[in-house]
Ligand binder design. Structure first.
Ligand code: ADP
Length: 404
């Protein structure tokens, strides 16, 4: 089944075209990105498998035009990979926020669209863009079924005492204020793949997954079900991230707003886009830049990196308590897959629970690898995440289910 996987941001469309033979056997036919939608100078980068990459500087006024451009690249006689639009059998979309409406992926219909619309309140930067993407596909490929996969769905098994905030209860009933988590698709993928990789039964194991990228979250999974995760009502809660502050004393918010005469939107912007590694260092939100700065003696870069590993250690420690122990710790995403220093710093801290770290194996980056010793009581694995594959699998299952 040929499936187009779409990840729509407010000014971008990322895509992958996959030919799914079954859950594990598939060909990546092409991938690419349309950037700077709505700005005077847009850009499209299309990477067809086995053919030359295409780059075009062109204004893209809206998502509909962007989607049309993607489809035209896919069927282009020279660098295309399909004969016609009709070859696309289904489209799967990544959706950031599904709140408590969705505990799994869903086929798009008007009811589903209405619920995604309601969730725009909790993800104002993401959900409206996802809706634009779905509408654009409806416009260009009206008869192709569409599926939505939610970053929040996997976390819906959290118990109420983990997802409730200790605020007046009416804010939960009136405004749905509770913890939803994020990166669920990634946590689910690496927990399952990690368990398989280490010979564990996902349904009989305690796993802690650390998705460490620009946005970062840690999740506790017992017998295949999420019991807690570090992100909350929005992806701001939890640990320090590239530009997000993570957990802070909530009283800091009105305090800084009064001192600096800031509006709620300005404060939100500071906490989401100007804090974290970037805010603490003034250097960069990117760990590669911070590694370089720290090596050159930058004290703030060293401090921010220490805080990052400290936050991961604290979360893992808390989740070991929540899970009554741990069988497997998984590292994934840009930092988790590539930053060997961070992995070492974190793992060296858990010798007291019998974790024996394999320093040699830890040299590996960007691939699946076991970084605990054979006699370690706790296994530690690096697993490369693949959220698009999860979306493609769910899309295939739901669409095939409808056809049967
Ligand atoms: P996003 O959350 O935007 O998907 P990523 O998962 O790519 O981001 O993570 C971005 C972070 O991962 C950055 O801090 C970056 O420095 C780090 N990173 C990504 N790739 C590498 C690499 N090959 N080597 C070292 N660090 C990397």
């Amino acid at each position: 089944m040929i499936i187009l996987v779409i990840n729509c941001g407010s000014s971008s469309i990322k895509y992958q075209l996959l030919d799914m033979k079954n859950d594990d056997v598939y060909d990546l036919l092409a991938k690419g990105i349309v950037e700077k939608i709505g700005l005077p100078s847009g850009k499209l980068v299309h990477r067809p498998s086995g053919k030359d990459r295409v780059e075009k500087e062109v204004a893209v006024p809206d998502h509909k035009v962007g989607m049309q451009m993607v489809l035209e690249e896919l069927v282009d006689p020279v660098h295309g990979v399909l004969k016609s639009f009709d070859d696309i059998e289904a489209v799967g979309h990544r959706i950031v926020q599904g709140a408590d409406f969705f505990s799994g992926s869903a086929i798009v219909d008007e009811d589903v669209l209405q619920k995604i619309e309601i969730c725009c309140d909790f993800a104002p930067l993401h959900n409206p863009a996802h809706l634009l993407g779905i509408r654009a596909v409806q416009h260009v490929l009206p008869s192709v079924p569409q599926v939505v996969t939610f970053d929040t769905a996997y976390h819906q098994t959290m118990p109420d005492y983990a997802y409730m905030y200790a605020l007046p209860y009416e804010y939960y009933t009136k405004y749905r204020v509770r913890r939803y988590g994020a990166h669920g698709t990634s946590h689910q993928f690496v927990a399952h793949k990690g368990a398989e990789f280490c010979g564990l039964d996902i349904n009989d194991s305690r796993i802690i997954t650390c998705h460490l990228g620009n946005g970062s979250s840690v999740t506790a999974i017992k017998n295949g079900k999420v019991v807690d995760t570090s992100m909350g009502f929005t992806p701001l809660e939890g640990m320090i991230m590239g530009t997000r502050c993570g957990i802070i004393d909530a009283n800091i918010v009105p305090y800084i707003m009064k001192k600096e005469n800031l509006t709620p939107d300005q404060m939100t912007d500071i906490m989401n886009k100007k804090s974290g590694l970037l805010g603490m260092t003034g250097v960069s939100s990117d760990m590669r830049d911070l590694d370089a700065a720290a090596n050159a003696g930058d004290e703030k870069a060293k401090l921010a990196m220490k805080k990052l590993s400290y936050d991961v250690i604290k979360l893992i420690g808390a989740y070991i308590a929540v899970l009554d122990g741990v069988d497997l710790i998984v590292f994934t995403a840009g930092i988790g897959e590539n930053n060997t220093r961070l992995r070492r710093r974190v793992c060296e801290n858990f010798g007291y629970i019998g974790l024996k770290f394999d320093y040699e194996a830890n040299i590996a980056t960007g691939k699946d690898v076991l970084i605990s010793c054979p006699d370690s009581k706790v296994k530690v694995a690096v697993i490369t995440t693949d959220e698009e594959l999860v979306i493609a699998r769910d899309t295939m299952h739901l669409v095939q289910g409808c056809e049967e």
